[in-house]
Design a protein around this ligand. Structure first.
Ligand SMILES: [Zn+2]
Length: 149
């Protein structure tokens, strides 16, 4: 028998992540869930948008919360003067604390990823100029789009 697959997403009422999303989406921001190409997972934009893959699992929830973390930590401000690894670290921390507070287990792959960031950060020059590795860590193939010039 053919099943009607018009709506692949569950109705929002039964989706346990919707409440978490609502709690953490920064004030004045819109969430856009789209299928992104490549291995780029998410963006926070200066147009007050969080763009990420449809939030259907814990990894994607983490990515969303990470982007929220950038906004909540005011990383999108123009005059911010902290190294890229620290921005990524703070965004990860925000997401991890949020996941734990919401009782959602952090996927192993995310924890490994975060350990890599810490390892990178430890190897970065004191002046923070070696940001390329961190941007690769954060954005994968599309890291150049995020390079601050
Ligand atoms: Zn990030």
């Amino acid at each position: 028998m053919r099943k009607d697959r018009k709506s692949p997403r569950k109705p929002s009422g039964s989706d346990p992540y919707r409440k978490i999303i609502k709690t953490h989406l920064p004030k004045g921001y819109r969430l856009k869930e789209i299928t992104l190409r490549g291995n780029t997972a998410g963006y926070a934009t200066s147009n007050r948008e969080i763009i990420c893959e449809p939030i259907t699992d814990r990894e994607r929830l983490f990515v969303f919360l990470h982007e929220c973390g950038h906004v909540h930590n005011r990383h999108l401000r123009k005059n911010i003067d902290i190294p890229a690894w620290q921005e990524e670290y703070e965004a990860d921390q925000y997401a991890m604390i949020a996941m734990r507070a919401e009782g959602v287990q952090i996927p192993m792959v995310i924890l490994d990823h975060h350990k890599n960031l810490v390892r990178l950060a430890l190897n970065i020059d004191q002046d923070g100029t070696d940001n390329v590795k961190v941007l690769r860590y954060a954005y994968g193939k599309d890291w150049r789009l995020h390079r601050i010039t």
